[in-house]
Write a protein that binds this ligand. Structure first.
Ligand code: NDP
Ligand code: ZN
Length: 179
């Protein structure tokens, strides 16, 4: 049973690493996928977030969407608060990608403060990744579309965290994308 904050965090890192173990990012170097959830949680640390549930949710945020993990499994292992935040940032993969992206824009303003923090850090991480290098098979147009869509999601999170929003704003400004 993990009852210290440190133990709770290490438990999440280990759970997420195990679940994502065979996955890679879309960058040409095919970085191990786990770098992403760890990096998203670390952006929250840099942003001054100290709430353990939020940091745990960040570490787990893609496990239900992208691995065999169920909501019930997260609820049993990490409790309803953490599982609930992950659920709020999980897309329904049975829907067409256009519909998923449309629903993210519509639903984001109504999610919890904790879920908005994870969404801001997730978008910042992915946009910095795209800025660093283009995924294999992506055109410049597709990258530009991803920036435009992200700005619409981020617009629904404004007023949540100054640091994350400021860093995102810098990236959007460089690309002439309106927030
Ligand atoms: P996208 O295909 O739009 O890819 C972006 C997502 O990939 C990010 O949100 C991120 O999600 C993840 N990712 C992994 N590696 C990187 C990286 N190096 N840089 C940035 N992001 C990375 O996401 P979907 O999975 O929502 O879309 C799936 C399908 O939709 C695709 O198979 C594609 O065919 C189709 N599609 C086509 C488009 C087009 O042709 N214009 C546009 C969008 C989708 P996470 O945080 O979850 O890791
Ligand atoms: Zn993510």
């Amino acid at each position: 049973k993990s009852d210290s904050v440190a133990a709770a965090i290490v438990k999440c890192v280990n759970f997420s690493a195990t679940k994502h173990r065979s996955q890679r990012r879309k960058d040409p170097e095919q970085t191990p996928y786990i770098n992403h959830p760890i990096g998203v949680a670390y952006l929250l640390v840099e942003a001054g977030v100290e709430d353990v549930d939020t940091l745990q949710a960040a570490l787990l945020h893609d496990t239900v969407e992208d691995t065999d993990t169920s909501h019930q499994e997260l609820d049993d292992t990490f409790g309803p608060k953490v599982a609930g935040v992950v659920a709020e940032v999980t897309d329904d993969k049975s829907l067409h990608w256009r519909e998923r992206k449309r629903l993210q824009i519509i639903h984001t303003p109504d999610v919890s403060h904790e879920a908005k923090l994870v969404k801001l850090a997730d978008k910042l991480y992915n946009l910095r990744d795209l800025e660093r290098c283009k995924p294999l098979g992506w055109t410049d147009t597709r990258v530009a579309e991803y920036f435009k869509w992200s700005a619409q999601v981020v617009a629904g999170c404004l007023g949540t965290n100054k640091y994350l929003e400021g860093e995102l704003e810098k990236l959007f400004t460089l690309r002439n994308v309106e927030l």
